[in-house]
Design a protein around this ligand. Structure first.
Ligand SMILES: Nc1nc2c(c(=O)[nH]1)N[C@H]1C(S)=C(S)[C@@H](COP(=O)(O)OP(=O)(O)OC[C@H]3O[C@@H](n4cnc5c(N)ncnc54)[C@H](O)[C@@H]3O)O[C@H]1N2
Ligand code: MOO
Length: 656
């Protein structure tokens, strides 16, 4: 048998075309039917109409507490002519729900009944027939249509079914979905502690299982199989012969030499689409084998989730006879220019928060392999394929990934990255579970600009004025004229060189960066760390082009440390905590002040006030001290009040 060695996208389609091809080919398919107990039928979809077996109520009953009467016998009663009725003859005490005694057809509420003498009551107005009576069949009439077909059962529906004597319902069986992780590099999460380089923990299977359950399906999660032609082929044959109604093959769908899935589906059945002009999610495969939908889900986690949403979610709903629920959207202002590839529909993860009444969307990291870009995201921005991007300040429609009401409790922090922000985020949630810190790392200067544009509640900044040797003040004077704010110290922290464990290249100071055998990893321009590095180089009389790797930039301290850990670089400038976190060595260069820049417009925001309480708390200081490399003795100190024109300094601590 011929085994294809290489693969290309066989049938590339736009997202819109792929969706409509898929919808057309799958719209008629339905899941098998099952008869289930009404008690277990919540969220299932009716596959047959449901007919009431009995009427509700099945007797005339009192709708109020009081006395049951024959309405006719009360006619004429009034304030002027009160009427007396004998208990047991003309008036019968009843409670709500009691059957009406024979010959009666109305209830008078107890509030309008006066007890007079032994066995007699008096009324001062007449009753009309069927007043306060629940008549037979008022709610449900036996034989009537209770619920139509293709109806998703809600708790109240189950109530009406039981009331109408319907103890079993015919529903669509939860569509069974075969989920097959593939990849020779994959290992189960239980073996995470012994993962060798090149081995990847399998987790997409669990993500896909969760998504299937959310669509009312039943996942069948299979053990990992290697990326081998025969394995994949045998598995697909087994899958289509099984009771599974849908088959998902995860990974191996792009152009790699081991990516056979499309070729095998083509051999065993039919490939409708291979490649969709969406990003992430491009290598999606849509096909059929023996009448069963088979979908190749890309291996990168974000790509996989987005491909599932576009193609599997609507399919699983269609199998149950209902449309996929639509997603909630909000309008927001885009905080940062976001370029996008022409010809590709791009899905950008964003954080969302309300700043000065305006909803702001800030893009997060874009890598399709970055699963945390989805856990951190508040929303998804879809950039159509005919756009080359969206400009900062443009109004965009963003799909919500959190309930809308949470957006008012989101604290947006844009600017420089610091490891203490994770502690802050956790402490905020601890104090008020609604409050959520969404941070975007764009460097200190980027944070000040975001404040200028009214796009953030606060910024983190450590900008060294190389002339004055002080932090932040002069930058605020330069960039934030007309924007009143307060500057609060978060911590003093140690900056230095992160180097390999044991300092293998024996890096002692800035001078070593010019060595031919030392490769550096830099931070992005505009970051405080970069300014500190450039300043240190200048002080030492070292030209930047004599530093190897100077042009290689990362956006966070941890990313710099990871470069050193992986051996890509010998040194990078970062905070001590990032070296400690990865078991690397650290060569101190300077201590710097990291401040929170809080515009006056958000100073009184309760979320900011909680944050200010946290940073002066003992527990916060202890946790930050434990990170190492921080001095928190002045955390929370008000460094200055800027009225938009000049500084109103204060030396007092915690003066809020
Ligand atoms: N030369 C090309 N290379 C790639 C292309 C391309 O067009 N030409 N497409 C890229 C795009 S876009 C995507 S998305 C990825 C996904 O491709 P595959 O579906 O073939 O997936 P793999 O390469 O096998 O895996 C990608 C990545 O994801 C990890 N992975 C796989 N399965 C799991 C799992 N069950 N749990 C967790 N992680 C998983 C895998 O180890 C890889 O790291 O391809 C680009 N390449
Ligand atoms: O299109 Mo792939 O799905 O970006 O990562």
């Amino acid at each position: 048998m011929e085994r294809p060695k290489r693969n290309i996208y066989l049938k590339m389609r736009t997202l819109e075309d792929a969706r409509s091809i898929w919808e057309e080919r799958t719209s008629g398919i339905r899941s098998s039917m099952a008869v289930v107990s009404t008690l277990d039928a919540l969220h299932r979809v009716t596959a047959r109409p449901v007919i009431a077996c009995r009427s509700v109520p099945h007797y005339h009953g009192a709708a109020m507490d009081g006395i049951a009467v024959k309405a006719q016998s009360t006619f004429g009663a009034s304030d002027v002519h009160p009427l007396r009725l004998q208990i047991g003859k003309k008036a019968f005490p009843v409670d709500t729900g009691d059957p009406l005694p024979p010959e009666t057809d109305a209830v008078i509420m107890i509030e309008y009944v006066e007890q007079v003498g032994e066995g007699e009551v008096e009324i001062r107005s007449s009753a009309f027939p069927w007043q306060h009576v629940r008549k037979v069949g008022e709610d449900i009439v036996a034989g009537e249509l209770l619920l139509p077909v293709n109806h998703k059962l809600r708790p109240a529906d189950l109530g009406s079914l039981l009331a109408a004597g319907v103890l079993q319902v015919t529903v669509y069986a939860p569509p069974k979905v075969w989920i097959q992780p593939t990849g020779t590099e994959l290992i189960p999460a239980t073996l995470a502690h012994e993962a060798a380089p090149g081995q990847i923990i399998e987790f997409n299977g669990t993500v896909l299982s969760g998504l299937v359950k959310e669509c009312g399906g039943e996942p069948i999660l299979r053990d990992i199989i290697p990326d081998e032609y025969e394995h994949i082929k045998k598995m697909l044959q087994e899958a289509v012969a099984s009771s599974a109604e849908v088959v998902l093959v995860n990974a191996g769908s792009s152009a790699g030499s081991e990516d056979y899935t499309a070729a095998i589906i083509d051999e065993l059945g039919e490939v409708l689409v291979h490649g969709v002009t969406m990003m992430p999610g491009k290598p999606t495969i849509l096909g059929f084998i023996q009448g069963k939908p088979v979908i190749g889900i890309p291996g990168y986690p974000v790509s996989g989730i987005l491909a599932f949403e576009q193609f599997v979610n609507p399919l699983l709903h269609a199998l149950q006879g209902i449309p996929a629920p639509s997603f909630a959207h909000v309008e927001a202002q885009l905080g940062r220019k976001t370029p996008s590839k022409l010809g590709l529909e791009e899905f950008v993860r964003v954080i969302l928060g309300r700043v000065q009444g305006e909803l702001i969307a800030m893009p997060l990291q874009r890598g399709a392999g970055v699963i945390t870009s989805l856990t951190r995201a508040d929303g998804l921005l879809r950039i159509p394929q005919d756009l080359e991007g969206v400009d900062a300040g443009e109004r965009v429609r963003v799909r919500l990934l959190r309930p809308e009401e949470q957006l008012d409790h989101t604290l947006i922090m844009i600017g420089s990255h610091d490891n203490t922000l994770d502690i802050l985020a956790n402490e905020l949630k601890k104090r008020d579970s609604r409050v959520h810190l969404s941070s975007s790392n764009v460097g200190s200067l980027g944070g000040l600009i975001a404040i200028k544009r009214g796009q953030t509640h606060l910024a983190g900044s450590h900008l060294l004025d190389t002339d004055k040797g002080e932090y932040n003040f002069s930058y605020i004077e330069r960039y934030l004229k007309g924007t009143p704010l307060r500057l609060v110290q978060l911590a003093n922290r140690q900056q230095g060189f992160v180097v390999g464990a044991g300092n293998p290249k024996n890096i002692q100071g800035i001078g070593d960066l010019a060595r031919k055998d030392v490769t550096f990893i830099n931070r992005q321009a505009g970051s405080g760390t970069r300014i500190l590095l450039d300043y240190s180089l200048q002080q030492a009389g070292i030209a930047s082009d004599s530093v190897q790797g100077y042009d290689q930039e990362e956006f966070t301290h941890m990313a710099v440390a990871v470069n050193v850990l992986s051996g890509r670089a010998d040194a990078g400038m970062a905070i001590y905590a990032s070296a400690k976190a990865l078991g690397l060595d650290f060569v101190p260069v300077a201590e710097e002040r990291y401040d929170l820049v809080i515009p006056e417009t958000s100073w009184n925001d309760p979320k900011i006030q909680i944050l200010l309480e946290i940073i002066v708390s003992e527990s916060f200081r202890r946790m930050v001290t434990d990170l190492g490399g921080y001095d928190v003795s002045a955390s929370g100190a008000l460094m200055g009040i800027w009225d938009g024109e000049k500084w109103i300094r204060t030396e007092h601590r915690d003066e809020r």
